[in-house]
Ligand binder design. Sequence first.
Ligand SMILES: Nc1c(NC[C@H](O)[C@H](O)[C@H](O)CO)[nH]c(=O)[nH]c1=O
Ligand SMILES: CC(=O)[C@@H](O)COP(=O)(O)O
Length: 152
Amino acid sequence: MQERSIKLGIVVAEFNYDVTNLMLTKALAHAKFLGAEVKVVFKVPGTFEIPLAVKRLLARDDVDGVVTLGCVIKGETKHDELIANQLARLVSDLSLEYNKPVALGVIGPGATHDQALERVEEYSTRAVESAIKMVKRLRDVEKEGEGTVVVE
Ligand SMILES: Nc1c(NC[C@H](O)[C@H](O)[C@H](O)CO)[nH]c(=O)[nH]c1=O
Ligand SMILES: CC(=O)[C@@H](O)COP(=O)(O)O
């Protein structure tokens, strides 16, 4: 039986765009490599604006899961922690609210620019893989079978 297609949305912050644009490129390529369709890319000014965009994409019937991409670089204050910590909490809450996976592809907080560049591929591809795996496994877990059903 042919597997159902997987449709993703990507929300990417424009802040630190020299980093996040590389992340977007990697994420799009990895989604294509894994056979998923990216229906929409929503660019927001910064990581702080990601949650509202995620909420809008999760409400779409043609989006099975959302990948978030951002880069939060340490400044002189703890402003980076404020942004990153809120982001993680809010997107996790949205995932539970909409019963759809939201993958975290946000570098930081506390990152230097060099550390961010070193993590572009790891964070982008990991977030795409997580979203795709969770879409598949959330579908599989509904299947009923004889004995123990292992979802993997
Ligand atoms: N310092 C970083 C920001 N700051 C901007 C905020 O995300 C937001 O856009 C602004 O406060 C207006 O609401 N954003 C990042 O993505 N990364 C940073 O390092
Ligand atoms: C994470 C940021 O918004 C960063 O630019 C803040 O810098 P600062 O902590 O020096 O205000």
